[in-house]
Design a protein around this ligand. Structure first.
Ligand code: DHB
Ligand code: FE
Length: 295
């Protein structure tokens, strides 16, 4: 059966994509940021999955105020790069996995998560910047990617607790797929940032680092944090962090436990208006269990 081998968490600041696309990575402003992903690129090469289930939010590229679905599963075969106003980023489009996505749709909807299914979708910086950070400049992304959009832009947005439970249900869905695939789940967005209003530019290092600590050690408790705390402490766009709880939920057993190994942790301020946070967690205990039926 398929298994979830690890989770990657990272901010998805669009200026990071622009820095890569315009060859600015060696500039003093950007060098420390990209240094923080050197280990990650090597780890990703060594631990290349068959499929990435990539949790992100669209930023008025495919969904705007005309259509506001809470959770969107990309069930199509391919997803082109969105034009966010300056032409599409010069990165490859994404190849999906319609068969695994259909299986996940059945499993999650049967578990009462009423998803929207998208056979056609263009993907914006929320999805492409994390891929660029982890794979660098490539002709083709080296594995399949299932996009999963969460509405964190227009209220009401889903709670951390709902996202965490969705992640747990996702684990069940993946583990009940009868092909021997390695699947990573990525959670993107955050950390603290506010792009608008009198508090624009807000950064909260202390809160962000406590979030990282709890994401590792107490995800079920962290999932109980209400929206208002994200907005007050991490800024209006800090609410993107609820998406990380989907990826963390996918590493957890139903009771919220489940030991993980921290492979990498990085925090850097600033990139554009945002505090960049990044974690790589491996799902060792489960991954090392002998396959069912063996012995
Ligand atoms: C910025 C960060 C984001 O997450 C985003 O979606 C747009 C802009 C920023 O820091 O500029
Ligand atoms: Fe964003």
């Amino acid at each position: 059966h398929a298994e979830i081998t690890g989770a990657v968490f990272t901010s998805h600041v669009p200026a990071i994509g622009a820095a890569l696309d315009h060859e600015k990575t060696e500039e003093p402003y950007w060098r420390p940021l990209f240094d923080g992903y050197e280990y990650s690129k090597a780890w990703e090469r060594e631990n290349l999955p068959d499929v990435i289930f990539l949790v992100y939010n669209d930023h008025a590229s495919s969904f705007d105020l005309s259509l506001i679905p809470t959770f969107v599963l990309g069930t199509g075969a391919s997803f082109p790069t969105a034009d966010e106003g300056y032409g599409p980023r010069p990165v490859p489009g994404v190849e999906g996995d319609p068969d695994l996505a259909a299986h996940i749709a059945h499993s999650l909807i049967r578990d009462d998560f009423d998803l929207t299914l998208a056979n056609e979708l263009t993907v914006d910086h929320g999805l492409t910047v994390p891929l660029s950070l982890m794979f660098g400049d490539v002709e083709k992304w080296p594995c399949r990617v299932i996009p999963f959009h969460v509405n964190v832009v227009q209220y009401p947005v889903p709670s951390g607790a709902r996202c965490f439970r969705l992640g747990q249900a996702l684990r069940k869905a993946v583990e009940s797929y009868d092909r021997p695939l390695k699947v990573q789940v990525w959670g993107t967005g955050g950390m603290s940032h506010q792009l608008q209003g009198p508090r624009a530019g807000l950064i909260n290092r202390e809160w962000d680092n406590a979030f990282l600590d709890r994401l590792i050690a107490d995800p079920a408790g962290l999932a109980e944090v209400p929206h208002l705390e994200y907005v007050e402490e991490a800024g209006s766009e800090g609410i993107e962090l609820v998406m990380w709880l989907i990826a963390r939920g996918a590493l957890s057993d139903v009771d919220g436990s489940g030991a993980v190994e921290v492979k990498h942790r990085f925090y850097h301020v600033p990139a554009s208006n945002t505090a960049v946070g990044h974690l790589i967690l491996e799902n060792h205990p489960r991954a090392q269990e002998p396959a069912e039926g063996v012995n």
